[in-house]
Design a protein around this ligand. Structure first.
Ligand code: NAD
Ligand code: WQD
Length: 343
């Protein structure tokens, strides 16, 4: 069976993807520098799939260690590259950290893979943030790429360009960039989930931390957008559905025979939900009353962002299956689990 390297595999999306890969029979090796994760995640992965998954602590910014690692793992034939720093606000305060980590990691990894001189399937974690404020909804892959709102967003745009150029110059690389919309939720086992450090910037971990009593109240960032209820609309996708899109992408790349292959796909549900929709669904599925108030708009937020996923449905043969309710319940079960059992 195919051996897949998962960089950033102890992170939120990476850990869920590792579980899905192992359950489908792939051999997996994880690298992660633990800058935004913890070794406990490896235990959660191993428990969930009842296997001991290989892990090596590695900072991809170090070219020598990265080359040594790849040289010792010559038999990999696919890479899913999650490793990156991802906090939008922090990237505005400390842009060099983001350019350095997100771009050097990608370049070093690509250099090391190039030295193998063998065909490599490569999946890159991109983001809907590349579309900025969209002109047409739902957003297709033909939507124009806007000037990035943050250095973080810019690293995703540049990352896509680096990989496109690489595929055009080197026929060993076949690359898919997946543009994720808003991943939420946790594994149904509640053994793995999202572990935000400090105050969560994203909506769902803020909701679950408020409900459990760690945060006083949720602030809804604006109710004066031109949407059905005035709050922002996003395409919230269950992280396990998102994880499975990576497997469908690997399967698709297996079938591609033409050289210099590069393509991009939106990965969302195709449906927009508002911030108030999410709060209401959370209250219903968990039977909890959530404390919240309406505040000012957050700088950089767009009113509406949701995907047209026809391309991924047709070409990758992938579709999201789980509902917002599944996502919110799993996120809540995970929050309860980590509060009873400090990780
Ligand atoms: P995460 O922070 O949970 O996972 C990233 C992992 O990479 C972490 O475990 C971190 O320790 C590791 N890492 C960071 N720098 C590294 C380095 N130099 N060497 C080795 N490991 C390193 O983030 P996530 O939410 O799982 O996101 C995964 C990927 O998806 C990222 O590239 C992110 O930009 C992208 N993405 C995330 C979202 C989202 O909302 N979570 C949306 C769109 C795109
Ligand atoms: C969702 C909605 C907020 C928190 C971000 C990144 C994006 C991508 C995914 C990586 C928005 C509202 C939030 C709160 C709120 N990441 N909100 N109160 O901003 O769509 O996307 O994560 O690539 O690049 O920007 O996600 O979860 O932060 O916000 O009202 O306390 O919830 O205004 O409308 P976002 P989010």
């Amino acid at each position: 069976m195919s051996k897949i390297l998962v960089t950033g595999g102890l992170g939120y999306i990476g850990s869920h993807t590792v579980v899905e890969l192992v359950n489908k029979g792939y051999e997996v090796v994880i690298v992660d520098d633990l800058s935004n994760s913890s070794l406990c995640v490896l235990d959660g992965i191993n428990k969930t799939c009842n296997k001991s998954v290989k892990f090596e602590k590695l900072d991809l910014r170090n070219i020598k260690f990265t080359k040594d690692f790849i040289e010792n793992n010559k038999d990999i034939d696919g890479v899913i590259h999650f490793a990156a720093s991802k906090a939008v606000g922090e990237s505005i305060e400390n842009p060099l950290k983001y350019y350095s980590n997100n771009l050097f990691s990608l370049i070093n990894l690509s250099e090391a893979l190039k030295d193998l001189n063998k065909p490599i399937k490569f999946i890159f974690s991109s983001s809907a943030t590349v579309y900025g404020d969209p002109e047409i909804l739902p957003i297709t892959e033909n939507e124009s790429i806007k000037v990035a709102e943050s250095p973080y967003g810019n690293t995703k745009q540049i990352g896509e360009e680096i990989l496109y150029d690489l595929t055009q110059s080197n026929s060993d690389f076949k690359v898919i960039s997946l543009r994720y919309f808003n991943p939420i939720g946790a594994h149904i086992s509640a053994e793995i989930g999202e572990l935000p450090i400090g105050i969560p910037q994203n909506l769902v971990p803020f909701i679950t931390q408020t409900a459990i009593g760690k945060r006083k109240e949720l602030v809804v960032f604006g109710d004066d957008y031109p949407t059905k209820d005035g709050s922002c609309i996003r395409d919230f996708i269950h992280v396990v559905d998102l994880a499975n899109a990576h497997i469908k992408s690997l399967e698709y790349l297996n079938k591609i025979t033409k050289p210099n292959f590069y393509d991009t796909f939106n990965i969302g549900t195709g449906h927009g939900s508002s911030v108030f929709d999410l709060i209401n669904s959370f209250e219903i599925v968990t039977n909890q009353k959530l404390k919240y108030k309406v505040g000012k708009r957050r700088k950089g937020d767009v009113g509406e962002c949701y995907a047209n996923v026809n391309k991924a449905n047709k070409i990758l043969n992938w579709k999201s299956k789980l509902s917002i309710e599944d996502s919110l319940l799993s996120a809540w079960n995970w929050e309860k689990k980590i509060n009873n059992e400090k990780l």
